[in-house]
Ligand binder design. Structure first.
Ligand SMILES: [Zn+2]
Length: 760
């Protein structure tokens, strides 16, 4: 029985919660209406002021200087004791300091922590609007389900993992509204450096937004569920939810994978019960790379939903014939166990996306509430299994390395992911090998040992085929993530326990930061970095690396290159990994405002050739090298051109190449170097060509980590060639030498090329 006075008070408090309409001036999900970040932040501030069910915190500044915020939503009683619930999470996360009996009491007392993160991909606009609407409803509506969630769950809501992008997309949408370009994506990266790759940053932690989310949310709160809200293309299922497709990365505890199957299937059931059609599970998205899955190695479930998109906030009318016939793992027009009720066309608008998302969020939170004790017990159990791991015993990184700067990078990366690292003050022997004083030891019997193991070992990606003997099944992303190979650090797994005096390493300041060996020579160079109108993530990653490494550069666009006389301005011009078509043509006429259309064309190719002939250095990364070959007439061929995937396939792996030690591009690199191969050319040098192979694939032992089909087609082909052009050079990379700010070892090729640039 609720006392009448308290009831009156509760109603008064509810009435004071401002509606989204009153704050933004329109309903959330209205056609052609997006919201800006400043007002989104002030709305959550207003909710915080009006309700004792929500606490908002500003956690730092985004790359572009906007507030990065999170809201904690729970019952008023729970919010008053947030620090207690945080402490319970920390105790359950580390079974070494929490006995079974203590854990039982903490499980009875604790709450499920669920984090929902929105709009990391800024053109996937709906989820920030859903965050506003859903937060309002949880504060204002007196529903028994919400009451159960408030009582049993600490719900951490991140209205955007990329606040800058909310405004970048909204501004572009506003500018193009009512024009033929309404609903197009903005002609710039919606995260300054890495654009859409920002959800591939969850183990290298390069960007500010990633670092805030990890250090202030994941590592502080150890959520049992982290649900990242996305959108997919318009013409297939209306929403994807886990279970995932194979493969499941073997270092993820099966308990977490299984619980994810359960929660995802529950969400699908609740959507179907709410008459929402087009729900697909167990399709398209696999569970392999840690680049998108930090929580999977930290005791948390990864839930993803991918909603069908509209054209930003512009509605679509989709005909049945426009629905794709085939999807990966299901057929969008047909019913199957994992796609029971197809959606066969009709109107599709922002508001529809929001409605699906609201049902999915409520389902996820309701399951987290009703299974609170089971989920907390499973969370503790995952930690117990992690600290009881027996093989391998440890990884050891010697203090003696080719580049101690990248050793520091490796150690800092693991430590940021809460991996405990020890340092040996004296020499020791492990696995039959002697290590000098100052070497580092990562024992795997620790709560986040699986994170270290996943990143330190070599990947063996399963040979998945579309049918027996058929072409390969495409992975959703890449297949390798072995940091020691990418960074060029020697790290060895030691199978059995060994004796060594060890002390916890808390920072790595005695090691220098990673830097090019030849930085002084680089500082004097005039480097141009090609920037097309069509945004390129690899261009952004290159800018990021140049800035981190203090290598000076200047962005250079189509018009400046086509104008020629480039040697007066630059010693080297670098082309990021982009398709030759994008470089040559850019946006086609009619697809974007006229001033943004066009590419380098023939005039650009001729100007580049003249630049090289006048002693300039051209550097082409990966696919852009095909532009040089196709449009500048260089005498090399891509041996993989037109080869079908059943004969050759390598969708993002580390491959070994042998280097020509006498060539200046290879200075400071080991004789056999692992390179990042991803839709890369492999060069064949015709007889009589002046081109020189700098890095060549061996006949055997090509695959270093990941997946490779058809290695014979690589045999004796080159992954790096130097093509003399007049008094200058074109350097063609058949690899991504600065791959996602990870392949520090092969960045040395770039530094060597730039350091030598412009020399006669
Ligand atoms: Zn997305």
């Amino acid at each position: 029985m609720i006392a009448p006075l308290l009831l009156a008070f509760a109603l008064a408090a509810t009435a004071a919660v401002p509606t989204p309409e009153s704050h933004f001036g329109h309903r959330m999900g209205e056609d052609r209406k997006l919201i800006d970040w400043t007002r989104t932040v002030s709305y959550f501030e207003a909710l915080d002021a009006a309700s004792d069910r929500l606490t908002m915190r500003k956690l730092g500044k985004s790359t572009g200087g906007r507030d990065f915020i999170a809201a904690w939503i729970s019952s008023p009683a729970n919010l008053r004791k947030l620090s207690r619930y945080q402490e319970i999470q920390k105790r359950l996360a580390d079974p070494r300091r929490t006995t079974e009996a203590e854990a039982a009491a903490l499980i009875a007392e604790g709450k499920t922590v669920v984090m929902i993160t929105c709009s990391i991909h800024s053109t996937e606009v709906a989820s920030t609007l859903t965050a506003v609407q859903f937060a309002y409803r949880m504060l204002a509506e007196e529903r028994p389900k919400f009451r159960a969630v408030l009582d049993n769950v600490i719900f951490i809501l991140v209205p955007s993992l990329n606040p800058d992008g909310v405004d970048i997309v909204r501004d572009w949408y506003g500018k193009t509204l009512g024009t033929p370009y309404e609903g197009t994506s903005p002609p710039e990266l919606y995260q300054k450096y890495i654009g859409h790759d920002n959800n591939r940053d969850w183990y290298i932690f390069s960007q500010t937004e990633t670092r805030i989310a990890i250090s202030q949310l994941h590592n502080q709160w150890h959520p049992q569920i982290v649900y990242d809200v996305h959108q997919q293309g318009a013409n297939a299922s209306r929403m994807f939810i886990p279970p995932w497709l194979d493969p499941i990365e073997p270092n993820i505890d099966p308990i977490l994978a299984q619980l994810g199957n359960m929660i995802g299937t529950g969400m699908a059931a609740d959507l179907t019960a709410a008459s929402k059609k087009g729900i697909a599970i167990n399709s398209i998205y696999d569970f392999w790379t840690p680049a998108r899955n930090y929580q999977g190695y930290h005791g948390g479930m990864r839930i993803l939903s991918e909603s069908a998109s509209a054209r930003l906030a512009t509605p679509l009318n989709i005909k049945t014939a426009d629905i794709a016939a085939n999807g990966n793992g299901y057929r969008p027009r047909e019913s199957s166990w994992n796609h029971l009720e197809p959606w066969l066309g009709g109107e599709w608008r922002l508001r529809d996306i929001m409605e699906y998302q609201e049902i999915a969020w409520e389902s996820c939170l309701w399951q987290a509430a009703t299974r609170r004790e089971d989920l907390l017990r499973a969370f503790y159990k995952v930690g117990q299994r992690a600290v009881a791991r027996t093989s391998p015993y440890a990884f050891v990184a010697s203090a003696k390395q080719r580049d101690v700067g990248t050793l520091r990078k490796l150690l800092e990366t693991l430590a940021f992911g809460m991996v405990e690292i020890d340092k040996a003050p004296a020499g020791f022997t492990a696995g039959g090998k002697e290590y000098p004083a100052g070497s580092y030891v990562i024992k795997l019997q620790q709560p986040y040992g699986s994170f270290a193991k996943a990143l330190l070992e070599k990947q063996t990606y399963p040979d998945l085929r579309q049918y027996p003997g058929g072409p390969p099944k495409r992975p959703y992303d890449v297949t390798a993530h072995t940091l020691p190979l990418l960074l060029g650090v020697d790290v060895e797994a030691v199978a059995s326990p060994f004796e060594a005096r060890l002390a916890r390493a808390v920072n790595f300041d005695e090691l220098p930061k990673p830097a090019p060996r030849n930085l002084p020579a680089l500082r004097g160079k005039r480097v141009g970095l090609y920037r097309s109108f069509q945004p390129s993530m690899d261009e952004g990653w290159t800018r990021w690396i140049f800035e981190q490494m203090q290598v000076p550069y200047e962005s250079v666009g189509n018009a400046a290159i086509r104008a020629g006389n480039l040697r007066a301005r630059f010693d080297a011009i670098v082309f990021p990994d982009q398709s030759p078509g994008t470089i040559n043509y850019g946006y086609r006429p009619g697809t974007m405002p006229e001033e943004l259309t066009g590419g380098l064309g023939d005039a650009g190719a001729q100007a580049l050739k003249a630049f090289a002939e006048a002693s300039g250095t051209l550097v082409f990364f990966n696919e852009s090298a095909n532009f040089a070959v196709g449009h500048m007439g260089l005498a090399v061929n891509n041996a993989l051109r037109g080869v079908p995937s059943r004969d050759f396939y390598c969708p993002g792996s580390l491959l070994n190449v042998r280097l020509d030690a006498a060539h200046p591009l290879t200075a400071g690199l080991p004789p056999v170097t692992p390179i990042w191969f991803e839709t890369s050319p492999a060069w064949e040098i015709p007889e009589g060509s002046p081109a020189r192979a700098v890095a060549v694939y061996p006949e055997n032992d090509v695959l270093a980590s990941g997946w490779l089909l058809g290695r014979k087609l690589l045999s004796k082909r080159a992954a790096l060639v130097d093509v003399p052009l007049g008094r200058g050079h074109a350097i063609l990379f058949g690899m991504r030498p600065q791959y996602r700010a990870q392949s520090y070892l092969t960045m040395n090729f770039i530094w060597n090329a730039l350091a030598a640039a412009g020399a006669p």
